[in-house]
Design a protein around this ligand. Structure first.
Ligand code: GDP
Length: 375
């Protein structure tokens, strides 16, 4: 069976029943062409579950995701919502509370290993609590962790045990927040050889889920991740992700800027200090990105002449696949410390004791906003 045949048939996975396809590795039912030859074909996700006891999250669009949340709303369960601390506003599922009904929501904030060294995590936790509340999300608790570096994981296990009672647990999140990394840690913690992972189907949907059996007959259920297209990672080519997403604790970069100065963050984002007294701006971005300072009046011509080269990545080839910029004008109120947040890129902290007007140029569709400072 080749890719063409797979896309034309309605062959279903012998494991979970989802329609098989060979074109999108991140979408449900993916099977590599080479594996599609046997009689009972199973999707890559079921293959990993059977052979490695390992879950791989798949992605779904907004409509399917809302159906899925609706079906969780009809159950009696604990909902564990995983967000990415580095892309908090980009990965928070706003409206989650409305869709999951009366079920309690435990907020698990992943990737805390990316915070600069020596941070006060209590302060971060309070900040998360406040932000979640301001987005209308009521939570029973907030837990910080790093699934990849195994930090704070015991608190995640504790909190799940404490809040689930004798209910099932649904784990929900956007793509790329580290949901499969966390689920696989949970599998190692909760499963033993006699209790195998299984898949199931959400009522009224074609979406399958991975179940981790618990001792009391209940399960932890992994759900497909929602794709949010307003995040930088979704609009840049995959080749650029290595530079965009930090893998080590961020080293903040401090710039003292005068009115009328510009910072280029690689060739990806332009930040103009349009109006205000001299003050400091602190960049919390991947340290693999190049930062270049110039005069605002020179910014446009400099960009045209040197994008993809002197200014740094993305390369000209990569830029050709990235949407053109839109400008966001933001006013930082006097006396307030705020972050200019660019979803998936990081944020720029403005110590707004003096107030400031800034313009941010970012690829069209990427979420850019002002928020209370995280740090
Ligand atoms: P999913 O799409 O939500 O299932 O996310 P994955 O588990 O596939 O992880 C997405 C990316 O985030 C991968 O590159 C992971 O290595 C990375 N990642 C996951 N957890 C962490 C973490 O705790 N810290 C850091 N720095 N990266 C993480």
């Amino acid at each position: 069976m080749n890719e063409q045949q797979l896309s034309e048939t309605t062959i279903s996975c012998a494991g979970c029943g989802v329609k098989l396809q060979a074109s999108s590795p991140d979408m449900p039912g993916y099977v590599p062409e080479s594996a599609a030859k046997s009689e009972h074909v199973i999707c890559q996700r079921c293959f990993r579950i059977r052979h490695y006891n390992e879950a791989a999250s798949v992605a779904v669009d907004q409509d399917d995701f809302l159906k899925l949340l609706g079906s969780i709303g009809t159950t009696d369960s604990l909902v564990v919502h995983i967000v990415d601390l580095y892309d908090f506003e980009g990965s928070l599922i706003t409206g989650l509370g409305r869709f999951v009904g009366n079920n309690p929501v435990l907020l698990v904030v992943n990737k805390i290993d990316l915070l600069p060294k020596g941070m006060n995590t209590n302060r971060i936790r309070n900040w998360v609590q406040k932000q979640a509340k301001s987005h209308g999300l009521r939570t029973v608790d907030v837990v910080l962790c790093s699934a990849k570096r195994n930090m704070g994981f015991e608190h995640v296990i504790d909190a799940i045990g404490r809040y689930r009672g004798n209910r099932d647990v649904y784990v929900v999140g956007a793509t790329n927040v580290g949901k499969s990394t966390l689920i696989n840690r949970l599998i190692r913690d909760y499963s033993d050889m006699e209790r195998e992972l299984t898949t199931s189907r959400y009522p009224g949907t074609t979406l399958d889920a991975v179940n981790i059996p618990l001792e009391d007959g209940k399960s932890i259920i992994d759900t497909p991740g929602i794709v949010y297209t307003s995040r930088m990672a979704e609009v840049v080519p995959r080749t650029f992700l290595g530079s965009l997403l930090p893998d080590k604790p961020i080293k903040p970069l401090v710039y003292q800027l005068n009115e009328g100065q510009t910072l280029f963050i690689g060739s990806l984002v332009r930040f103009d200090f349009v109006e205000g007294e001299r003050q400091s701006f602190t960049l919390y971005i991947s340290n693999a990105l190049n930062v270049h300072r110039t005069k605002l009046e020179r910014a446009e011509s400099l960009y045209e002449e040197h994008k993809g080269e002197l200014l740094g990545a993305p390369t000209l080839d990569e830029l050709a696949d990235i949407p053109a910029w839109t400008r966001h004008s933001l006013r930082i109120r006097q006396g307030e410390k705020q972050d200019v947040f660019v979803s998936g890129l990081g944020w720029i902290q403005v110590n707004g004791m003096r107030g400031a007007l800034v313009d941010v140029y970012a690829p069209k569709g990427v979420k850019v906003l002002l928020r209370d400072s995280m740090i």
